[in-house]
Write a protein that binds this ligand. Structure first.
Ligand code: HAS
Length: 535
């Protein structure tokens, strides 16, 4: 529950910064008190993209592990240690940004430089998350020891995959923070290897988006079927898609660097091919979920081609919010395929199209699913109930979010295609003709963003109700069972050595030579290889 408090406090603070941004970008509003646009943009990205997500995910995953494989007192203490380490790190980083000493955006790669406290804060957040990683690993390990030969519970398996991915990926950013940013920001070197810092960031940055997505998939695979009164379509298919996501989500960071010089195009091509492999487990997920919907509807006797669809529980917010998230992933994912296609990437890179893409994926698909989880998880933890009245408010919240995000992200996509830059405050760019075509879309973004902020206020109200005021009672923790006639899950799917081994092999294949090249061409005097040369 403590992780949830930080999640929803972050939603409020980060959302307010989002509102200020769209208003400021519309050109109709000046930021008050001389606040720097990049300060609010950094707070927005760090608090929503890094803090809200990480706290929600780790809290939710502890709940899943506790429910499926159990948690000992020692592991609970480790959970607290993880929480406090992450919280202290977050506070240090947040204060540094708020006092204007870290206007480096949530991607924080060089050449932007922040105060050392920012990087130290981030390092603590990563260390805190690693405590959770190893606690979750141990939870599954102890369960397996006590249940020799048995298949591990699906949700625990999924949590461990997500944490394995997070750990392997965050080694990249941790390396960059420790050997490049902290010494550089402390003044131990005159310069830094910019390309290396960007490469290490994106080695982490792409799996980061799947770290956000996989908890949503956990809910889609193993929780939503229970909510709709059905069963999990296939345990094996669910495990296989998580394994494929583990293997293919890390060696793909170059698709964020397609326009960057200094990386051989062959390696960009290879990583783009690997990027397209990630689409496969996502399509498997879509197939499996809709198979569950159809099987459940038909079992309940709903006839006709789409009778099963009509009778899904549309009035249950625990289902509706994640469902809208799934639908948003169709244009969101299609946009991702555009981004990853080298030629089309040259058109949209660094335009506000990209911002539109990730507001559909993370801020709709992922976030609406997190909200869908919170509607039952928060009352479950606080010993309260999701009442019909709060459920109705949740449905209104989902509709507000859908309307606001449709307006805002459509306007962002179109403005991006017209060349509108991302990460830039309102400007007439010295009267450029094309700039005139952007203005109406910026106003539309302000309208959509304002509606979204109303949605945030309503969500905070709902959270407070569920945490403190809803009537006492028992709220179900929904976990679906597998179909009775399902084939047994092949043992090989739990062969951790094999899957982690292939993941490491793919990473070494995709990154060794290009990183070696980047280091070989390091600018003289740059970190980390000419260290320390003194101030
Ligand atoms: Fe992305 C940039 C490529 C998925 C987040 N992405 C970003 C950034 C973020 C982000 C935050 O290749 C900005 C980073 C920055 O600040 O610079 N992305 C992809 C690809 C996918 C993808 C190929 N992204 C995501 C997800 C995110 C996310 C998920 C967050 C959670 N992205 C890129 C690229 C860039 C990028 C480039 C860099 C651009 C640049 O130049 O800067 C894929 O994973 C997408 C696969 C998904 C699908 C959709 C499948 C559809 C489903 C719905 C099922 C429902 C059905 C029902 C079928 C192919 C699952 C139908 C039923 C009815 C009734 C209609």
């Amino acid at each position: 529950m403590s992780f949830m408090y930080v999640t929803f406090a972050s939603l409020l603070v980060g959302g307010l910064m989002g509102l200020l941004q769209v208003l400021s970008r519309s050109g109709k509003f000046q930021l008050p008190f001389g606040i720097n646009y990049y300060t609010i943009l950094t707070v927005h990205g760090v608090i929503l993209g890094l803090v809200l997500t990480t706290f929600f995910i780790i809290g939710f995953q502890f709940a899943l592990m506790g429910k499926t494989v159990g948690i000992t007192d020692k592991q609970r203490k480790a959970g607290w240690l993880s929480f406090w380490t992450m919280l202290i790190g977050t506070i240090i980083a947040a204060v540094t940004i708020l006092v204007g000493q870290a206007n480096v955006l949530y991607t924080f790669y060089a050449p932007l430089r922040a105060h050392p406290a920012f990087y130290i804060g981030l390092a603590l957040v990563i260390i805190g998350s690693w405590i959770a990683v190893f606690t979750n690993f141990r939870q599954l390990y102890l369960w397996k020891k006590a249940h020799k030969g048995e298949k591990s519970p699906l949700l625990a398996f999924m949590v461990v995959i997500n944490m394995a991915m997070w750990f392997i990926a965050s080694l990249g950013v941790a390396t960059s923070v420790l050997i490049q940013f902290i010494p550089w920001s402390l003044g131990y070197a005159a310069t830094i290897n910019v390309l290396l810092s960007r490469t290490l960031f994106w080695y982490f940055g792409h799996p980061l988006v799947y770290f956000w997505l996989l908890p949503a998939y956990m809910a889609w695979y193993a929780i939503i079927p229970k909510i709709i009164g059905g069963k999990l379509f296939s345990d094996s298919l669910a495990r296989l898609s998580f394994i494929l996501l583990l293997m293919f989500s890390i060696p793909v960071g170059f698709h964020h660097q397609l326009t960057e010089p200094g990386i051989d195009p062959t390696w960009k091509f290879i990583q783009v091919v690997l990027t397209f492999m990630v689409v496969i487990p996502t399509l498997m997920t879509a197939f499996s979920i809709f198979a569950t919907f159809e099987t459940t509807g038909r079992r309940k006797g709903h006839k006709g081609l789409f009778g099963w669809f009509k009778h899904l529980p549309w009035k249950d917010v625990r289902f509706l919010a994640p469902f809208i998230g799934m639908i948003a992933f169709i244009p969101g994912g299609a946009g991702g395929i555009v981004n990853a296609s080298h030629q089309m990437n040259t058109l949209i890179h660094n335009t506000i199209w990209v911002t539109g893409h990730f507001h559909l994926t993370v801020a709709t698909t992922v976030l609406l699913t997190y909200f869908g989880i919170a509607y039952w998880l928060v009352p479950h933890l606080t010993g309260r109930r999701l009442t019909p009245k709060i459920n109705k408010l949740g449905i209104i919240q989902t509709i507000i979010w859908t309307v606001g995000m449709t307006i805002m992200s459509t306007a962002m996509h179109i403005q991006g295609l017209l060349g509108g830059p991302r990460r830039s405050n309102f400007s007439n760019y010295a009267g450029g003709e094309q700039v005139q075509t952007w203005i109406s879309y910026q106003v539309a973004q302000a309208v959509g963003g304002t509606i979204l902020f109303i949605g945030i206020l309503l969500m905070i109200y709902i959270f407070i109700q569920l945490a403190f005021f809803a009537p006492r009672g028992v709220q179900e923790f929904p976990i679906a069972e597998e179909e009775v006639n399902a084939d047994p899950t092949p043992k090989i799917l739990e062969n951790w050595y094999l899957w982690i081994g292939i993941t490491i092999a793919l990473i070494l294949f995709a990154y060794t030579i290009p990183v070696f090249d980047i280091i070989k061409h390091s600018p003289p005097g740059s970190l980390p290889f000419d260290w320390p040369i003194g101030r």
